[in-house]
Design a protein around this ligand. Structure first.
Ligand code: KIV
Length: 268
């Protein structure tokens, strides 16, 4: 007998956190992969602006436009039935209220169920405005790729005390503004665990250790086909798998059983 699978919603993700069930998330950019990810029973699919890197071959996410996002959200939407679909708001599309509303409306109309945006205190008023209009928001702190030029590269964030404190304060402020989820990228595992323990909303890690509420990876990293150097937090799940569906299921099982990430794929 086949088990009925539920459509994942933002409140369902909070319920998973409350029940201590790890949340699985992968990026996708087209309908075919979206369908395979859905069949692997992944909880959330992120149309990330990482499409600038892995689809467009650019060296950062900065050139990605709202039109690019809408095109890929529409494609992914057609391949999905069950997972919660989250869409990134691209660089400089949410720096003021009017633009943020327009950008969020565009990706929600394209089929997203939540938008993700990068940054701390400075985006808090925008988050509150979007949530007040009924648009669920996922925050993104730590290594925020849209800020790569200010950060001086793609490196671990929050190892020093001052930045760790700022990250904790930003996480609290995003939750207070109504964010329904938070992605933490490339932060020491202990710092990530403290933030996940303190917040009620799900904290999804990428290079943030195993003691958070779920994990996200870029699909092409999971399949071992991303161009360039592989970051420490990435595991190629195709190695040892006989097919793409098998690799996706291996990722889902490893996250649900808290076998991924291990210490080799995390930062101290
Ligand atoms: O754009 C993206 O794919 C992301 C994930 C890496 C979290 O933001």
């Amino acid at each position: 007998m086949t088990q009925e699978r539920s459509v994942r919603t933002v409140p369902a993700m909070s319920a998973m956190k409350a029940a201590g069930q790890p949340i699985t998330m992968l990026t996708a950019y087209d309908a075919s992969f979206a369908q395979l990810i859905d069949q692997a029973d992944v909880d959330c699919v992120l149309v990330g602006d990482s499409l600038g890197n892995v689809i467009q071959g650019r060296d950062s996410t900065l050139p990605v436009t709202i039109d690019d996002m809408v095109y890929h959200v529409e494609a992914v939407r057609r391949g999905l039935q069950h997972p919660l679909l989250i869409a990134d708001l691209p660089f400089m599309s949410y720096h003021d209220r009017t633009r943020a509303m327009a950008a969020a409306a565009a990706v929600m109309r394209a089929g997203a169920g939540m938008v993700k945006l990068e940054g701390g205190a400075v985006v808090v008023p925008i988050v509150a405005d979007l949530v007040a209009q009924g648009i669920p928001v996922c925050g993104h702190l730590g290594l925020t790729p849209q800020h790569v030029h200010r950060l001086g590269g793609y490196r671990v964030q929050g190892r020093d005390e001052a930045l760790a404190r700022t990250l904790q304060e930003d996480a609290r402020a995003l939750e207070a503004a109504g964010a329904g989820m938070l992605v933490l990228e490339c932060v020491p595992s202990d710092l990530a665990r403290g933030i996940a323990d303190e917040l009620r909303i799900p904290v999804i890690g990428i290079g943030a250790g195993v003691d958070v509420d779920g994990q996200v990876l870029v699909l092409y990293d999971v399949l071992g086909i991303s161009p360039g150097r592989r970051p420490r937090f990435v595991r190629d799940f195709m190695a040892g798998a006989g097919s793409i569906p098998e690799a996706l299921r291996a990722y889902v099982e490893a996250v649900r059983e808290r076998r991924f990430p291990d210490a080799d794929h995390s930062y101290a």
